[in-house]
Ligand binder design. Structure first.
Ligand SMILES: NC(=O)C1=CN([C@@H]2O[C@H](COP(=O)(O)OP(=O)(O)OC[C@H]3O[C@@H](n4cnc5c(N)ncnc54)[C@H](OP(=O)(O)O)[C@@H]3O)[C@@H](O)[C@H]2O)C=CC1
Ligand SMILES: CC(=O)N[C@@H](CCC(=O)OP(=O)(O)O)C(=O)O
Length: 345
């Protein structure tokens, strides 16, 4: 299948390029950039030498639509809401790594992204691309809204207990940490080495754009409007997300019962690994891979479940998950090009 990338020179874009090198059924034929068109990708990223030798191009929708079957969009929020409808109308399948088509309620996008939302018709047509939840819908989709990185880690940690209705929905607290690549490659003083190194900072407290995304999925599964508490922290690592979730158990379930529930629910999921009781995952254990690793603890003193979920923000949190969605769409083995041992240490 011929594929293209819009936003090819950003972090999610180059991660797509890296992962597609291991994919046997795709042919990367278009790399689009706004600011660096005309340059060879090797001028910007010499680490791709011997793998890719292509120039970045300006966007020309007619030409892209003639030459590719599917486009990945790895652009900042606010770009694809105007761009993707033109591609869809020309019959190109779209996988959007940005947040423009994830929220079904336009007013949520307006409130949390502080931008005008996409056309409602496309919002309703888009499929939220979390394979472990929506595989059957992804198969038929023309527009996939790839989930955000924090929602991916958090929802994969929560889905088993949401579906089994064993937690108090109004007790969910999420403490999340991310590496700096999550912020993209744009210049931002807050992400300078001097600001991030030997430091931890909470950011977007109370107004993170992933709050409505997580709440939307909780609502879809439970049928209830349950507001969450969610705080993100920037920590001095390149890649990785850890989402630590606290919630109250409704019944007295033991850690062994919770562990069995997760093992059973995820037994056929190739990218979810449940740590045995007493072990908790670290970000190094998923580095550069499409895995989501989950550790569980039942605090019997408080009857509270603690879920620790880790992903690589650029792989399962963005580009790896986008390729997993492509595999589902195309009817290929879901793990095609994605099953590698994480880089350790
Ligand atoms: N980094 C991460 O871990 C994750 C990122 N995401 C989302 O993926 C998207 C890309 O993120 P990331 O790769 O980190 O960002 P980067 O800032 O690293 O890259 C953004 C890309 O978009 C292009 N771009 C910027 N403005 C425009 C525009 N107006 N029109 C067209 N292209 C534009 C940029 O380059 P140029 O202008 O040269 O074309 C660049 O290629 C974002 O929406 C982000 O929120 C989602 C999950 C995880
Ligand atoms: C460190 C950092 O700033 N991370 C970003 C991750 C954003 C992201 O994943 O993108 P979407 O907005 O497309 O969901 C943040 O927390 O906003």
């Amino acid at each position: 299948m011929k594929v293209g990338i819009v936003g090819a020179n950003g972090y999610s874009g180059i991660e797509l390029i890296r992962l597609l090198q291991h994919h046997p059924y795709t042919d990367l034929t278009k790399m689009i950039s706004h600011s660096t068109s005309g340059k060879n990708i090797l001028e910007l990223y010499p680490h791709l030498e011997n793998f890719v030798d292509m120039s970045l191009e300006h966007i020309d929708i007619e030409e892209i639509a003639r030459e590719v079957d599917l486009v990945f969009f790895a652009t900042p929020a606010g770009v694809t809401k105007d761009l993707i409808p033109d591609f869809l109308e020309k019959g190109v399948t779209c996988i959007d790594v940005s947040g423009d088509f994830r929220l079904k309620k336009p007013e949520d996008y307006k409130q949390w992204y502080k931008k005008s939302p996409a056309n409602d018709q496309y919002l309703q047509e888009s499929v939220y691309g979390l394979p472990e939840l929506n595989r059957h819908k992804i198969k038929e989709a023309k527009l996939i809204a790839n989930p955000g990185c924090f929602p991916t880690a958090t929802l994969l940690g929560l889905i088993p207990v949401l579906q089994h209705k064993v937690i108090d929905l109004y007790s969910i607290h999420i403490d999340a940490k991310t590496g700096v690549s999550g912020a993209g490659r744009n210049v931002n003083v807050a992400n300078l080495f001097t600001e991030v190194n030997e430091n931890i900072k909470a950011y977007k407290v109370g107004h993170h754009q992933h709050i409505p995304e997580i709440e939307q999925v909780i609502r879809e599964i439970s049928g209830e409007e349950a507001p969450i508490s969610f705080v993100t922290h920037l920590i001095p690592i390149n890649r990785g997300i850890m989402s630590t979730i606290y919630c109250d158990l409704i019944h007295n379930l033991s850690i062994e019962e919770i562990y069995q529930l997760y093992k059973e629910m995820y037994k056929n999921e190739p990218f979810i690994r449940i740590r045995q009781v007493g072990q908790y995952p670290t970000t190094k254990e998923i580095f550069g891979s499409n895995f989501c690793d989950i550790g569980l603890y039942v605090d019997e003193r408080t009857n509270r479940l603690i879920i620790i979920s880790v992903i690589d923000n650029l792989v399962k949190g963005a580009s790896g998950q986008a390729i997993q969605n492509l595999n589902i769409l195309a009817g290929w083995e879901e793990t095609t090009g994605l099953m590698n041992v994480p880089l350790y240490p």
